[in-house]
Design a protein around this ligand. Structure first.
Ligand SMILES: Cc1ncc(COP(=O)(O)O)c(C=O)c1O
Length: 361
């Protein structure tokens, strides 16, 4: 089977550090966590970085930072993984779904403007499949309306727009280190931002509500444990150090697919020329006469693992039943996009050959 993903990390790379951690029995809150934080800051250009257990917990913390609660509305891109809206829903607030571009798959600025009300308390821009195209334009709209911009950059570590890396564009950016991402720690995530005023909140909330005063814990608030471990941080450090070469290699694989698949009528996700794209997921819109689900099935029967692009949040059963506000472009993309395997050594020729055979049937 040609698998959809292949991690960019091997046991050999982490073995020595893992042995050291086991010998010292220092598994949490140690030097590797600090080093990984520093690496993330220096890679993204963000002034501050905190590690979390996932993008989901990172996003929850970002919403809590802005005091999102019942009665509030948070505007969110509709083409994403349900975690983006789940975290809003979980706080009792209302996710307001904004439709996306059929080209970039990202939030449409004019749609965003039309959905802002006096209940809107924040905007969550999702870098669809790692693509930040348009985020600076969205940022301008947020600034005009005095709304915080939370970037769901779960997929976007390694991407940038206008020369600014994801992680230092929005007010707060949240990353995921799930195995589907370029950089994986098994599970994991991070929050980055530039504003010094947010530091206390994250220091305290991510430490069970404790402030450390004169070496003593003072529990000044309630809080959480969403920490990443030392072992996970070692994995992260190893990958962030080679992220640029990973991004480069994925882009050349993407170019090869584009060369082969566009003549067959497949359209790649459109990336602005101002963007460096990490190619977190290599997604194409299938031709009009192709049934995506049938194609995925056919490819699986031929030993190739593919999947849908991602989800139309407003069209999932839960959100459709609750809000009945399905966004047409996002729905179209959920039904008509396909993700192809994208990593060094993947047999593009074989995959394209099977796609061609399917189209010719
Ligand atoms: C856009 C987006 N947001 C959030 C998440 C949730 O990430 P995690 O699994 O790290 O919680 C994902 C996961 O795939 C995602 O793609």
């Amino acid at each position: 089977m040609i698998k959809l993903i292949k991690p960019y990390i091997s046991f050999d790379e982490v073995k020595d550090e893992f042995e050291g951690i086991f010998e010292s029995a220092w598994f949490t809150k140690g030097k590797f966590v600090e080093e990984f934080r520093e690496e993330i800051k220096s890679y993204t250009g963000a002034k501050h970085a905190y590690l979390t257990t996932s993008a989901t917990t990172a996003l929850t913390m970002a919403l809590k930072l802005f005091d999102i609660k019942a009665g509030d509305e948070v505007i969110v891109s509709d083409f994403s993984f349900p975690a983006s809206s789940n975290v809003i829903e979980d706080l009792g607030a209302t996710p307001v779904f904004v439709d996306v571009s059929l080209d970039t798959f990202n939030m449409l600025p004019e749609e965003l403007e039309s959905k802002i009300t006096e209940k809107t308390k924040a905007v969550m821009f999702v870098d669809a499949l790692g693509n930040p195209t348009g985020i600076h334009e969205i940022k301008k709209i947020c600034q005009k309306h005095n709304l915080p911009l939370i970037e769901d950059g779960a997929c976007a570590m390694g991407s940038s727009e206008l020369g600014v890396r994801c992680g230092s564009i929005a007010d707060v950016t949240c990353f995921s280190f799930h195995p589907r991402k370029l950089l994986t720690t098994g599970e994991g995530g991070a929050v980055t931002f530039n504003n010094d005023d947010y530091v206390d909140f994250f220091d305290i909330k991510l430490n069970h509500g404790a402030k450390v005063e004169n070496g003593k814990f003072e529990f000044v608030d309630y809080g959480y444990n969403y920490r990443l471990s030392e072992l996970q941080s070692v994995m992260g450090i190893k990958q962030v150090q080679k992220l640029d070469s990973i991004v480069k290699s994925r882009n050349s694989i993407r170019d090869e697919y584009i060369k082969e698949l566009t003549p067959l009528g497949y359209t790649p996700q459109s990336i602005s020329k101002d963007v460096v794209y990490n190619v977190q997921s290599l997604v194409f819109v299938v031709p009009k006469d192709i049934n995506r689900d049938e194609l995925v099935k056919y490819l699986r029967e031929n030993g190739i693992e593919t999947t849908l692009g991602t989800y139309c949040l407003s069209g999932t059963s839960y959100y459709k039943n609750r809000y009945n506000d399905v966004q047409p472009n996002a729905q179209y993309l959920e039904e008509n996009t396909i993700t192809f395997p994208c990593y060094d050594g993947v047999d593009i020729e074989y995959i394209v050959d099977k796609v061609r055979n399917y189209s010719a049937r």
